[in-house]
Design a protein around this ligand. Structure first.
Ligand code: MV4
Length: 448
C-alpha cells in the first residue's frame, strides 16, 4: 500500500480524499494555489505544497508543479478528485513516466471514453444498449440526411469530442437538419479542435440514470446500482438520489450486470460511471465518465462502501474489498448541491462566510470544506457543500433532508439552499415523478 498520496484538487473533494487516506493510515499531501492558503483541505492534510497563483491553469492544472510536489514530498501516488486533471489521459501518461501511480483508470481507457464515438462503439460491441443512431462519425450533410431518414426525426447531432451537454444540436424535422449539422460541426471545431460529429435519435422525456461501476484492472468488476441525476439546470446537476425512483430491483440487477460485464471485459481499473437515458423502461447508453463523481456519496450511503478507499486499493494492486453478492441497496439517499450562487439567476456569489453551522444527526452527512470566517475565492467552482441524507426509505430521506436544511446556517453569502426548500414542497419531487426537463420547466414557472 502507498505510504503517501498527493491530492491534486481542492475543496470538499480534497477533504474527502484526506479522510479516506487517514482511515487507511496513508499520509496525505494537499496542494493549493495562493488563493487557497487558508483552505480547509490545506489544514486537514498532513502536508501542503503551494503550487502556483490563483488561476487553475497555473496551479491545479499545472502538471510540472504537481509532479514537482510529488518529488519534494515523496508522494507515490496522485488522487485527482473530479474535474481538473481527473480525465486527462496525457496527465496520466506523465504521472506514469515519473514512476508515480495515478489513482484512476489507464490513459488508454480515459482516451477511449473521452472520444464519444469510440465509447459508444465499444459499449455497443460489449452488449450495452445504446441510443439508435449513426454507426460512427457522420462525414457530410448527405450522409446526415440518409442516417436521419433511417432513424427518424427528431435527431440530435453530437460532437465526438463533446460530452456533458457541450456541442449538441437538435433537429426537430428534416428542415432543421442542415443548420443543426453545420452548426454542430463548426462549434465542435472551435470548441474542441475536432469537428467530428455523430447522429442519435432524440429522446424527448428521458431520465438521466447512471450506473456506478468499479473494475480491478484484471478482469474483475462490480456495479453499485444506479443514481437518478435527472434534476439538472444547464447540464449542472442539482439533486441526485439512489436508488432511482423509477428503477426496481430486477431492473437494477439486469442493467448492473450488463455494465459490470462490459467493464470486466475491457479490464477497466477503478471507479467509473456509465450514463444512460432511461425512457419507457429502456436504457440507452450515452457516455461513460472515467472518474469518481461529485454525487458518489449517495451510492456510498446505500451500499455502505467507501468508494475512495476502493479506488486507492485498486490503484495499489489490491483486490476490491467487496464482491457483487455482498452488495445490496439499503434504504434511500439524496444529495443536494449547495452552491455559492444567488437565486433566481444562479449568479456566482463568492465572499466571506460570517456564520456557518453544519447539520448533523442520524443519516446526515455534510461534505464541505467551509468553516466560520472562510472567504470563498472567486476563481473556482461555486460548489461549497454537498448535503447527503440517508433514510430507510425515500419518504424518510426526504423528511431528513428538510430537517437538515432547517439546521444548516450559511450566512454572509447567497446559496442555493432556498431552492431545495422550495423543491421539497413539490408533489412531483415528493413522488419522484421527474425527467431531465422537469427542473428547467419548473424554474420558468417560478420566474414568471
Ligand atoms: C440526449 C438527449 C436526448 N436524446 N441524447 C445532455 C448531456 C449529455 N450527457 C447528453 N445529453 C442529452 N443527450 C439523445 N439521444 C438529451 C440530453 C439532455 C440531457 C441529458 C441528461 C441530463 C440532462 C439533459 C438536459 C438536456 C438534454
Amino acid at each position: 500500500m502507498f505510504k503517501k498520496i498527493l491530492i491534486a484538487n481542492r475543496g470538499e473533494i480534497a477533504l474527502r480524499v484526506v479522510r479516506a487516506c487517514r482511515e487507511m493510515g496513508i499520509a496525505s499531501v494537499a496542494v493549493h494555489s495562493t488563493a487557497d492558503s487558508d483552505a480547509m483541505h490545506v489544514r486537514m492534510a498532513d502536508e501542503a505544497v503551494c503550487i502556483g497563483p490563483p488561476p487553475s491553469n497555473q496551479s491545479y492544472l499545472s502538471v510540472p508543479a504537481l509532479i514537482s510536489a510529488c518529488e519534494i514530498t515523496g508522494a507515490e501516488a496522485i488522487h485527482p478528485g473530479y474535474g481538473f486533471l481527473s480525465e486527462n489521459a496525457n496527465f496520466v501518461q506523465v504521472v506514469e513516466d515519473h514512476d508515480l501511480t495515478f489513482i484512476g483508470p489507464s490513459a488508454a481507457h480515459i482516451r477511449m471514453m473521452g472520444d464519444k464515438i469510440t465509447a459508444k462503439e465499444t459499449m455497443k460491441a460489449l452488449g450495452v444498449p445504446c441510443v439508435p443512431g449513426s454507426d460512427g462519425g457522420v462525414p457530410d450533410l448527405a450522409t446526415a440526411r440518409t442516417v436521419a431518414a433511417e432513424i427518424g426525426f427528431p435527431v440530435i447531432v453530437k460532437a465526438t469530442a463533446g460530452g456533458g451537454g457541450r456541442g449538441m444540436k437538435l433537429a426537430e424535422t428534416a428542415a432543421d437538419l442542415d443548420i443543426a449539422f453545420q452548426t454542430a460541426r463548426s462549434e465542435a471545431k472551435s470548441a474542441f479542435g475536432n469537428d467530428e460529429v455523430y447522429l442519435e435519435k432524440y429522446l424527448g422525456q428521458p431520465r438521466h440514470i447512471e450506473v456506478q461501476v468499479f473494475g480491478d484492472g484484471k478482469g474483475g468488476a462490480i456495479h453499485l446500482g444506479e443514481r437518478d441525476c435527472s434534476l439538472q439546470r444547464r447540464h449542472q446537476k442539482v439533486l441526485e438520489e439512489a436508488p432511482g425512483p423509477a428503477i426496481d430491483e430486477e431492473t437494477r440487477a439486469r442493467i448492473g450486470k450488463v455494465c459490470a460485464d462490459a467493464i470486466a471485459q475491457i479490464k477497466y481499473s477503478g471507479a467509473g460511471t456509465i450514463e444512460f437515458l432511461f425512457e419507457n423502461g429502456e436504457f440507452y447508453f450515452i457516455e461513460m465518465n472515467t472518474r469518481l463523481q461529485v454525487e458518489h456519496p449517495v451510492t456510498e450511503a446505500v451500499f455502505g462502501v467507501d468508494l475512495v478507499r476502493e479506488q486507492i486499493r485498486v490503484a495499489a494492486g489490491l483486490p476490491l474489498s467487496v464482491t457483487q453478492d455482498e452488495l445490496r441497496v439499503n434504504g434511500h439517499a439524496i444529495e443536494v448541491r449547495i452552491n455559492a450562487e444567488r437565486l433566481p439567476d444562479f449568479a456566482p456569489c463568492p465572499g466571506r462566510i460570517s456564520a456557518y453551522h453544519a447539520p448533523g444527526g442520524l443519516g446526515v452527512r455534510m461534505d464541505s470544506a467551509l468553516y466560520n470566517g472562510y472567504s470563498i475565492p472567486p476563481y473556482y467552482d461555486s460548489l461549497i457543500a454537498k448535503l447527503i441524507v440517508h433514510g430507510r426509505d425515500r419518504p424518510e430521506a426526504l423528511a431528513r433532508l428538510q430537517r437538515a436544511l432547517g439546521e444548516l446556517i450559511v450566512d454572509g453569502i447567497d446559496t442555493t439552499v432556498p431552492l431545495f426548500s422550495a423543491l421539497l414542497e413539490e408533489p412531483d419531487i415528493l413522488t419522484g415523478n421527474y425527467d431531465i426537463h422537469w427542473l428547467e420547466e419548473w424554474l420558468k414557472t417560478k420566474r414568471a
